[in-house]
Write a protein that binds this ligand. Structure first.
Ligand code: FES
Length: 231
């Protein structure tokens, strides 16, 4: 509600006299005061309308943030040729088999087609699917592992010296396919959905598979590394 005493335009003593005396001049002054009040009301409505529009836009952004090009969206992390594939025992960080991409918070794993799996036939196909491993048409295998340790969230480094991921916080240990080896982690590493579009390697960082349990003899994909981590 508008406080008329505040918004009413100031009038001179002479105008006051004319107003209270009536006539054409009084009508003109009264008209001017009325139009000022209308102007003030309309200004306040406009300000209120802009504020409400801003609030709605903010709420919509919170619900549907524009993540294009950011973590949480589909990110092209490079070309296939940027990521040479090797067998698991030959992995070297950012050189062969395992490549870190900070924008996607991902370790991109590329296993060669002659990788020795512990499973075969439909059991292998099913397990690859359940662990979000993508088989390329050249026979190689791709995995996009989330960098975050599933124990308490530390970033897990890849260790060339022991051919595996070893968390520095509490020692959780995972092999090159992200499968759990030992330590307090409750499951294997989480992994993003991944697709190959022409030569582009695309990591879908909004789609996370966080349901890969500790492996057992019926589900483990590759053998435990032969070298232990020094610490
Ligand atoms: S956060 Fe990685 S082992 Fe605890």
């Amino acid at each position: 509600m508008i406080d008329e005493s505040v918004n009413r335009p100031h009038i001179t003593p002479q105008q006051y006299e004319i107003l209270h005396g009536g006539g054409a001049e009084a009508a003109e002054i009264a008209k001017e005061r009325l139009s000022r009040r209308r102007f003030l009301r309309r200004s306040m409505l406009a300000v209120w309308g802009l504020s409400a529009t801003g609030a709605v836009a903010g709420a919509l952004y919170m619900l549907y943030p524009n993540l294009a090009g950011q973590f949480g969206s589909d990110l092209t992390v490079g070309q296939k040729t940027d990521f040479p594939a090797v067998k698991p025992e030959q992995f070297k960080l950012n050189n062969a088999g395992v490549f870190y991409r900070q924008t996607a918070k991902t370790y991109l794993m590329h296993l060669s087609k002659d990788t020795s799996f512990l499973l075969n036939g439909p059991n292998l196909s099913d397990q690859l699917d359940s662990e979000s491993v993508v088989k390329d048409k050249d026979g190689s295998y791709w995995i996009a592992l989330y960098q975050r340790c599933v124990h308490l969230g530390c970033t897990v480094p890849f260790r060339d010296d022991c051919d595996s991921f070893k968390c520095p916080c509490h020692g959780s240990h995972y092999n090159v396919t992200g499968e759990y080896l030992d330590g307090p982690a409750p499951r294997s590493l989480d992994r993003f959905s991944l697709s190959l579009s022409g030569n582009d390697v695309v990591v879908h960082t909004g789609t996370l598979n966080n349901k890969v349990p500790h492996p057992d003899a019926t589900t483990r994909l590759i053998k435990v590394p032969g070298v232990s981590c020094s610490v």
